[in-house]
Design a protein around this ligand. Sequence first.
Ligand code: 6R9
Length: 694
Amino acid sequence: VNWRLPSGCATGSDPVAGRYAQGGAAFNSNKGQWMSAIESTLQEHRVFPPPAHVVAGAAISGMDAYLELVAEAERDYEGFWSRLAREQLTWQTPFTKGLDESNAPFYKWFEDGKLNATYNCLDRHIEAGLGERTAIIFEADDGAVTRVSYGELLDRVSRLANGLRSLGVKAGDRVVIYMPMSVEGVVAMQACARIGATHSVVFGGFSSKSLHERVVDAGAMVVITADEQIRGGKTLPLKSIVDEALALEGSDVVKHVIVYRRTGGKVSWNESRDIDLKTLVEGQSNVCEPEWVSAEHPLFILYTSGSTGKPKGVQHSTGGYLLWAALTMRWSFDIKASDVFWCTADIGWVTGHSYVAYGPTAVGATQIVFEGVPTYPNAGRFWDMIQKHKVTVFYTAPTAIRSLIKASDADAKVHPRSFDLSSLRILGTVGEPINPEAWMWYHAEVGGGRCPVIDTFWQTETGGHVITPLPGATPLVPGSCTLPLPGIIAAVVDETGGDLVNGQGGILVIKRPWPSMIRNIWNDPERFKKSYFPEELGGRLYLAGDGAVRDVDRGYFTIMGRIDDVLNVAGHRMGTMEIESALVSNPLVAEAAVVGRPDDTTGEAICAFVVLKRGRPTGEEATKIANELRAWVAKEIGPIAKPKDIRFGENLPKTRSGKIMRRLLRSLAKGETITQDVSTLENPAILEQLGEAK
Ligand code: 6R9
C-alpha cells in the first residue's frame, strides 16, 4: 500500500499537533501539499454557535441532545440503529436482528427485514394523506417550471416499473441510467427500486467508453437514456453516446434501450432494441405492486474512481442506505414539512442519489430539481431560483461557491445581495474541503449571517453524511466538518491503525460498521477488502482514503484531502491512473504521469506530464498536441477528466530503480522550486523542461 500521508502526520517530521497547539507558529509551506490549503482552517478561531431560531424545534436540539444520542449508541450500538431503522422506515416484514458481523468485513444490517424503497419514498406519504404535496419543483434550463405531486410521482414510477417488468426486468437485474437532471431521471431510479432491479446511474458527462465499461461490468440488461440534454443553453447528445457505447464489444448483455424524448432532436433508432419511454409507459397501469426485498438487497451500484485504473462499482443496500438517506435529511438538514429543499448535485453522483432521488422523498419533502448550470443565463441563477421558489435549505459544492464569489465580485447584478434570500434557513456544502474564506462568504452573503453552514463530509462509499455539524446543535468552525454523527465512530490513526491524539494528523477511519456503508465492490470482493479494510490497519477499520486531523480544543475534524492516488477536481473524484491510462492509449504518447495541483476555484486541477514517442514538442506544436490530448481524454473518459496543464518532457523524473518520483511532479505542478533531494534522479535536466505548462 502506498499511502501518501500529509506532512505533519504522526510519522512525518512536522506534526500539525505542535503547530496547532502553539497556534500560529511559523509555517513552512514547502513541507506538504495539504498544509497550505488547510493552514487557515487550523488557525481558525472563529466559532459560530447554532442560531436560536434553528435550535428551537430542531430534530437534534442543543449539544446535550447530540451527546445523549452518542451515549445511546455507545451503550447499545445495535439497539440504537435498530430503533432508528424502525422509526424512520416502514417495513413490510420487520427485521429480528440488527447487525450481522459473522462474515466481516461483509457486514449485514436488518437482513431478515423486508421493505421497498419506493413504498417508503412514495406510498406511505400518500397513505398519510399527503398525495397532493409537491414532491418535485422541476426548473428546466430555460426557466420553465413544472410541479409534480407525490401522487403523480407514484403514478409515473409505477407506470415505468410496469413497463420495465413488461420487458422482462425482474428483481436483481441491473439497469443503467444515463439521463439528464430531470423528473424522468428520478422516476427511472425509483422505477427500478419498485421492482427490485438494481440501478447504476452513469453521469451524463461520461464518454461512450466510460459508459460501456460500466454497462459491461454491471451486466446491465436495460439502459434508460434521453435523446439529448440541455445545459447552459446548449444541447448535448446522450442517445448517440449510448449507441457508440453499445457498439463496443461485450454490449450484447443489453436487450433494450429506453429513450426519454427531452428535446425531440433526431437520433438513430434500432427497432429491435430501442423503445420510446412515452410509448412504453402509455399502455401501463399506474398501479404496481412493490417488490418486497431483503434490507440487504442491492438498491444500486454507483461507479467511482479508486487508486487503480478501473472504476469501482460501489454496491449499496436497500434498508441501511434508505435509513441513512431519511435520517440525515432530518439530522443534518433538520428537514420539515414547510421546507423547500434544494440539492444542486446531479443524479449521476452519490449526492444526487442520497439527497435528490431518495433522501428528500423518503421524508416527504418538497425539493427543487434543476436541469441547468449555475452560470446560465448568468451567475445569479442559483440566487434567482432560491428567491423564486423560496428555498429554505440549500446544499451545494465549494467549487460552485468559489466560482460564484468570483462572478459576483465582477458583477453586482449577480451578487447574492441583489436577491431576496430571506427564505433560507440552512446551508450545506459537500464534495471537497471548503476553505474558510469561501465558508465566510457563503455564511454572510448567501445566508445573511443567520443560516448555519453544514459542511458534510462523506463519500460514495458511506452512503450519506458521516462527519457533519448539526444545524441546531453544533457550534461551527469555518473549514471544519466538526463531529461524527451519533453512532459513527470516526478516528484518526497512524499507519498501523493506532489511535493518534487530537492535534496529530493521520489517516481517517471509521471503527464500527454503520448501516449505510458500502456492502461490496460489484464483481470484486477481494478489492473491496483490500481497499476499505486493509490488513495493515488490522483488517477491521474502514479506511476512508482521506487524511484528517482533530483539533485539540474540541476534537473537531478537518479533512486534509486524499491520501491515495485519487484527485478531487471541482468535487468530482478522479483516479490519476485512469487519466494516465487514457493518455498512454493515445498513439503519440510513450509515457504519462498525472498529479493534482491546488486550484483557486476547483480545489484541485489535473496536471499531466507527458513523454511523446516522437520526442519533446515545443512552441505551437506543443500547444496543438496538448489540445489534441485534452480532446482525447474527454473522449476516453469524459470532459471532466481533461488535464488543465500538460507538460512535455523527454523523460519523466525517475529513481534509478525506475519509479516515477511523483512527489517531485507534485512540486513541479505547483510551480515550486525543487528543494528536494534529486540525487537519485537519472536525468535532473528534465526538471526544467517539465516546469513549462502547455
Ligand atoms: C459525497 C462525495 C468523496 C471524497 C472524500 C473527500 C471529499 C467530500 C467533503 C470532502 C472535505 C467535505 N469530500 N466531502 N472533503 N470536506 N465536506 O463527495 O462523494 O464523490 O465519493 O467523494 O470527496 O476527499 O473522500 P465522492
